[in-house]
Design a protein around this ligand. Structure first.
Ligand SMILES: [Zn+2]
Length: 335
């Protein structure tokens, strides 16, 4: 039986994006697969009074189970209220939908927003597929994110070796003909914890750490000029915090040369028409750091709560830092 996101207490992205563009900040879109991640996201966003997008990929939806997920999202709204948000603004969003059927299934099962990613298709096919999803989703007031341009990197089933920047001359035609509500663009961000090879980077002479190439802010500026006030989305925007990578490597992990997007670049992007920033890998890293550290220091532990609690606290700290220090979305609930 179909369920509307409105009955679950969720909202779509329309109003929060409008306010974010006007206010010069970005809404966090955090991916989750399990209870601890969801608890951490809701704790951080509720305590800081930030709107938040709960993001689920096709793989995560299968991992968690689509039915369970619908109740987890409903539970997230109730939990946010318990934490003091009278009117939480929580979006349940499908990340990288790859077919009309998947998007429809999510709309029918309580998602308030879906992404249809036709970016790997020829231009006209991307338009046709996106338009079909928009026509279905809008009947239920579900918002749709589309993508133009290709990001490098690996994320669940999405993988590309090279990135192709979004062509600013295509965005008006694409947005007009598809009717999409927001547009994910490619300006040099990348999926995963290995966003750039060492060869693409320079080295900080002081720390010896890899410094990635800067984002193409000129392309972003041109897109903004073409589509004034239109919501822009950045995928692959984890910063891969060195503190978590170091903990993982210290306690038996092996993540050499992991590198992300520097936070000052995301801070700059947040002030533009970019109103949704996707962060997934940083949560995975914080989680794994907490688990590895706790188990290495306490070989006698076997209760998942013992290391789950540490992992959850690391994620809460990371999410709060993103909200206050990078995206600027704290205290941005409508009421
Ligand atoms: Zn993505």
């Amino acid at each position: 039986m179909a369920v509307s996101y409105k009955d679950l207490g969720l909202v779509n992205t329309r109003e929060m994006f409008k306010r974010a563009i006007k206010g010069g900040y970005a809404i966090p879109a955090f991916n989750f697969n399990n209870l601890e991640q969801l608890q951490a996201i809701i704790t951080a966003s509720s305590e800081l009074k930030s709107p938040v997008i709960l993001q689920v990929s096709k793989g995560a939806r299968n991992y968690a189970n689509p039915t369970l997920l619908r109740y987890m999202a409903e539970g997230a709204v109730a939990y946010a209220k318990e934490l003091g948000c009278a009117h939480p603004e929580i979006v349940l969003h499908l990340d990288h939908g790859d077919s009309f059927e998947l998007c429809k299934s999510c709309v029918d099962m309580g998602f308030s927003s879906v992404m249809i990613d036709g970016s790997a298709l020829p231009y006209e096919e991307n338009i046709a597929l996106t338009k079909k999803v928009v026509e279905y989703a809008h009947q239920f007031d579900v918002t749709v994110e589309a993508e133009l341009g290709v990001l490098a990197g690996v994320e669940d089933e999405v993988a590309s070796e090279v990135s192709h920047y979004t062509k600013p001359e295509e965005v008006v035609d694409f947005a007009t003909r598809t009717g999409c509500d927001s547009l994910a663009i490619s300006i040099g961000t990348s999926h995963g914890a290995y966003k750039f090879t060492p060869e693409q980077c320079t080295r900080d002479p002081k720390t010896g750490r890899l410094v990635p190439p800067p984002l193409a802010f000129d392309v972003l500026a041109e897109i903004e000029k073409q589509l004034p006030g239109f919501p822009i989305v950045l995928h692959g925007s984890s910063s891969v915090p060195q503190e978590y990578v170091d903990i993982i490597n210290k306690f038996g992990g092996k993540l050499p040369n992991a590198v992300g997007i520097p936070e000052e670049q995301l801070r700059k992007a947040s002030k533009s028409a970019v109103c949704k920033i996707n962060i997934d890998s940083d949560s995975r890293l914080a989680y794994t750091a907490g688990v590895r550290e706790t188990l290495a220091e306490h070989p006698d532990y076997f209760d998942p709560r013992q290391y789950g609690k540490v992992a959850r606290n690391y994620m809460i700290d990371m999410y709060k830092h993103k909200i206050t220090d990078v995206l600027g979305s704290e205290n941005k609930l409508a009421e």
